[in-house]
Design a protein around this ligand. Structure first.
Ligand SMILES: [Mg+2]
Length: 389
């Protein structure tokens, strides 16, 4: 089998950033699909896939790890970031081809499955609706704390046992933390802001009851001291985790050792080399890993190293169903999963974009059993929703 084409598709999603897909075609009629990278600044990532893809034309797609290492070494002068994501796009599509050629899901090529289903949490609960996207999603606008409590009940009524939100400000219009901090480079966690976050989580805990997992993601907001005060103020609400991203492990280790609120981080890291420093400093309780950003083999290596450090991982997964299938295949292949993300409000036409939908029941998703990822990009729908920039 030989690779005949490496293509990309950029698809608009509504109010959020576009989604990036890689398609690898072969002379055997097998086509590999992947979702990769971030919706931020798509052109660079797509260009890198196209440049790297040219080096693969005419080659056998089968030795995936060898192709990965060749691309990794060839891009040493532009390593990391968008380059890592572009390599991931190709590597993931190659795994899909390998699975389809073997007639088995990707995890079976690597010794899985460890599980038949995977617990998931509803991510960005109320957050997109605070972004002025309630109309787009066809849901009630977020005006009051009661509306926020209704969002929580929507998730628990749907069978979810856990959810994640961001700091939001219901109102008319509702706002997000990003709107509040716009133009404010200091990112201070002033007392009124801490009080607001505590109010939000108290409303959510009241609506959810004591046994539902609640996570709060504050991204890169706040300096270390602000994050520590927030984590301490939220201790009475027994969070599943506080999620906070920094590019250095020391501040995270400082936060983690300063509070009994569990700390999750890692989505900002690409590849096992970057994670290693964070593990050595015990900088998190749970490890976030984004499969479409770093690829399947690296995600597996990170999870294996996390296992040595007695930590479970939580796949970062907030985009299309194809990314969800890639992430489910990842959880099927490793023994140390905390819980997996899924994003109910990500795009109004998400179900149109793939050939298969995940099976979601009682807050768990079934591990796919079809060859490859078990889910293809619908190329007709990708054309219909093509991103124009
Ligand atoms: Mg996050």
């Amino acid at each position: 089998m030989k690779i005949t084409a490496v293509e990309t598709r950029v698809v608009r999603t509504g109010g959020g950033g576009p989604w990036l897909f890689c398609i690898i075609r072969t002379d055997a009629g097998i086509t590999g699909y992947s979702q990769f990278g971030s919706g931020s600044y798509p052109k660079g990532q797509v260009g890198l896939v196209e440049d790297l893809g040219k080096t693969l034309i005419g080659k056998d797609p089968d030795p995936v790890e060898r192709h990965y290492l060749e691309m990794y070494r060839a891009t040493a002068q532009v390593s990391g970031g968008a380059t890592s994501m572009a390599i991931a796009g190709i590597e993931l599509a190659l795994w899909d081809i390998k699975g389809k050629a073997a007639g088995m899901p990707v995890y079976r090529l690597l010794g899985g499955p460890f599980r038949e289903r995977q617990q998931v949490y509803w991510s960005h609960l109320a957050s997109y609706r605070a972004q002025g996207r309630a109309d787009e999603m066809g849901v009630a606008p977020l005006r009051t704390w009661d509306d926020v409590a209704d969002c929580v009940r929507e998730a628990t009524d749907a069978g979810f046992s856990a959810f994640k939100s961001n700091i939001i400000f219901p109102g008319d219009p509702p706002r997000r933390m990003r709107d509040v901090f716009a133009g404010d480079f200091d990112q201070n966690a002033n007392p009124d802001l801490i009080e607001h976050a505590v109010k939000q989580i108290s409303v959510m805990r009241e609506a959810a009851g004591p046994n539902i997992g609640i996570a709060l993601d504050i991204h890169y907001e706040f300096k270390t001291e602000g994050a520590i005060r927030l984590a301490q103020a939220l201790e009475p609400y027994n969070l599943m985790w506080l999620e906070f991203d920094k590019f250095e492990p020391e501040p995270l280790a400082q936060i983690k050792s300063s509070t009994r609120t569990p700390i999750t981080t890692g989505e900002q890291l690409l590849g096992v080399r970057e994670y290693k420093r964070f593990f050595e400093l015990r900088a998190m309780d749970t490890v976030k890993i984004d499969v479409p950003w770093q690829g399947f083999s690296q995600a597996k290596k990170v999870a294996d190293l996390a296992e040595l450090y007695e930590m479970n991982v939580a796949p970062h997964n907030y985009t299309s169903h194809l990314a969800t299938f890639q992430s489910l295949q990842f959880t099927a292949m490793i023994p140390n999963v905390r819980i997996m993300e899924t994003d109910i409000d990500s795009s109004p036409w998400r179900d149109e974009l793939t050939t298969t939908l995940p099976e979601l029941k009682d807050g768990y998703m079934a591990i796919p059993t079809a060859p490859g990822w078990g889910c293809d990009l619908d190329e007709v729908a990708a054309e219909k929703y093509a991103y124009e920039g």
